[in-house]
Design a binder for this molecule. Sequence first.
Ligand SMILES: [Zn+2]
Length: 89
Amino acid sequence: MALAKKCDICGNLYENYNTFFDPGMEESNGLDLDVNGIAFVNIDEEDMYFAQKPIDCCPVCMDKLKTHIRKMMKDAGNGNMAEDSDGNI
Ligand SMILES: [Zn+2]
């Protein structure tokens, strides 16, 4: 049964998507993963992290976030981090 969700960013309703763990997480910065939300984290000196409350994202907002983060990385000269698995920014 599909679950209707409300995007925490734009407020639009959407059907939940990408609800299963994407096993690519270990090799990725997350920009090319099938995810459905974001969470700010606190990272300690040993790279342990503590996630804050997750932010639900509709597919449109998730695409915009990924595009914006890729642009920020590229503008900062960190384009290699912004590439997707096909090498595109
Ligand atoms: Zn949205």
